[in-house]
Design a protein around this ligand. Sequence first.
Ligand SMILES: Nc1ncnc2c1ncn2[C@@H]1O[C@H](COP(=O)(O)OP(=O)(O)OP(=O)(O)O)[C@@H](O)[C@H]1O
Ligand SMILES: [Mg+2]
Length: 277
Amino acid sequence: MPRRFQHDLTDKVEFVQVVSVSSLKGGVGKTTVTLGLASAAFAKGLRTLVIDMDPQSDVSSALASRSSHGYSIESVLTNSSSSVVRQAVVPSSWTGPGDVPVHILMGSPTVSVHDKPAPTKQELWKLEEALATIESNYDVVFIDCPPSFNGLTQTAWTAADSVVIIAEPGLFSVTAVHRTLLALQAMRLKMSPRLRTAGVIINRFRPDSPEHTFRLEEMRQLFGDHILEPILDETLTLQQSTGAAIPIHRWPGDQAQSIARYFDRLLLKVLIDTGRP
Ligand SMILES: Nc1ncnc2c1ncn2[C@@H]1O[C@H](COP(=O)(O)OP(=O)(O)OP(=O)(O)O)[C@@H](O)[C@H]1O
Ligand SMILES: [Mg+2]
């Protein structure tokens, strides 16, 4: 059954939506944006799960409050039974009185054994199978991906309803976005016709950089309405809140509140179905 948010998130959520946060380029802000979107979902009281598909496990470091006793995404991709999945998911440190806590499916460096260049279809379905055992507990699931298109990203995309692509305003990002869109098209044909492109979030924009302004304009021309507004500026505040494992919506100061509103708007754009393939 297609899973859709047909509303502005003020209504009841009808189906869980699984969003993969990806780029085929490293260090562009996938983990930072995953946390920003999760923070927006958390602030709205949505039941939120973050899945750490990256062997670097950065999003687990930023969120985890307690151990999953050795169970992780690696265990889940090896054995997607409900009992293993439930042990690999733990409440994150993002919680408090009256909050719906964000949960994290823990990452592990050992998950790299599943990052095969040519995974089988059976391997690609593993995360989808695992999610089927727990997804009714959530409104939204974000998958933080590694910066490559091997087995782990393909497995994430097979389980996802949509992919949000992260890019910096630079020459190599332009080509990386293009490659990611082509990879998505191939994935739709090969594995998952329901997979849609939620859009491209441009991150780390520096308004005082002529190169960034030029590249942003170029990306708008090349990718049109795939580019999601607002554009995220490079800010120390975002680095600080990520480093302190605090949701941006709870970080003090006007700048944090302004970034939080940006993530609110981006969350809406990512979740609402535009009908775009
Ligand atoms: N908008 C931003 N403003 C300031 N710093 C940022 C911003 N976005 C990301 N960063 C910083 O850039 C670095 C890389 O970001 P991040 O880890 O989110 O990228 P990534 O795409 O997940 O990397 P990887 O490919 O290694 O997983 C981090 O130090 C992060 O704090
Ligand atoms: Mg990352």
